[in-house]
Design a protein around this ligand. Structure first.
Ligand SMILES: Nc1ncnc2c1ncn2[C@@H]1O[C@H](COP(=O)(O)OP(=O)(O)OP(=O)(O)O)[C@@H](O)[C@H]1O
Ligand SMILES: [Mg+2]
Length: 211
């Protein structure tokens, strides 16, 4: 794990429906109230090319997608996003808040699909050396609650069609990350009411950045 993290680069992680997109507004509000310019973005995606790769990754298709193909497409999208959007924004003094990043790859393609964490860390080095989040908020919910929240939206994509076992492994993957990097990777109890989720996120931001 590279030590080159930026405290001005914050990521949101968690299962589908956990509340990542909802929480992004809480993080943005907190920084904006302190006079910061905030760039909110998401993965896979965040540039026109990377959004095309997102559509490729999410499409339900007859051809089985090899786990290694999925992994490389994720990192291809990420490399483009980091070079074109995230690095320039950080260099311009903005705060960057990203909905999913490499921890999702560790949880989904690593813990979920069984790909090697060492390989993922090597690809992270290729795609975004020296550009790692300084704070990651893990919106944690039981699998069933996340899927229930996500189900109220459009038709299930290729990931949302996965088995409950798969999502349990993904959640275990996030748990392992919180044990491996407890200072950066912070668990937020996302089963609670939204005002309580906001309060916990603000506490984490204050601890990381000073009130
Ligand atoms: N703490 C909460 N309590 C009640 N409802 C919530 C909570 N957090 C999120 N929701 C609701 O659950 C749904 C999913 O939330 P959201 O879109 O933020 O999740 P997400 O993690 O971004 O999902 P996805 O991975 O599919 O993008 C939304 O309708 C949102 O309003
Ligand atoms: Mg979302």
């Amino acid at each position: 794990m590279t030590a080159a993290t930026s405290p001005r680069f914050v990521t949101l992680e968690g299962l589908e429906g956990a509340g990542k997109s909802t929480a992004m507004a809480f993080v943005r509000d907190w920084f904006e109230a302190r006079g910061e310019t905030v760039l909110c973005t998401r993965e896979p995606g965040g540039t026109p090319l990377a959004e095309e790769l997102r559509a490729v990754l999410k499409a339900v298709r007859e051809e089985p997608v090899a786990a290694s193909t999925e992994l490389l497409l994720m990192f291809a999208a990420r490399a483009q996003h980091v070079e074109r959007v995230i690095r320039p924004a950080l260099a311009a003094g903005k705060v960057v808040v990203c909905d999913r990043f490499t921890d999702s790859t560790r949880a989904y393609q690593g813990a979920g699909r069984g790909l090697s964490m060492a390989t993922i860390d090597q690809l992270a080095e290729v795609a975004h050396a020296g550009c790692d989040p300084g704070l990651t908020l893990w919106l944690d919910v039981p699998v069933a609650l996340g899927l229930e929240r996500a189900a109220s939206r459009e038709a299930a994509d290729r990931f949302e069609q996965e088995t409950l076992d798969f999502f349990e492994r993904v959640r275990d993957g996030f748990e392992a990350l919180s044990e491996r990097e407890p200072a950066r990777f912070r668990r937020v109890d996302a089963t609670r009411a939204l005002d309580e989720v906001r309060a916990q996120i603000e506490t984490e931001l204050e601890a990381a950045h000073g009130g």
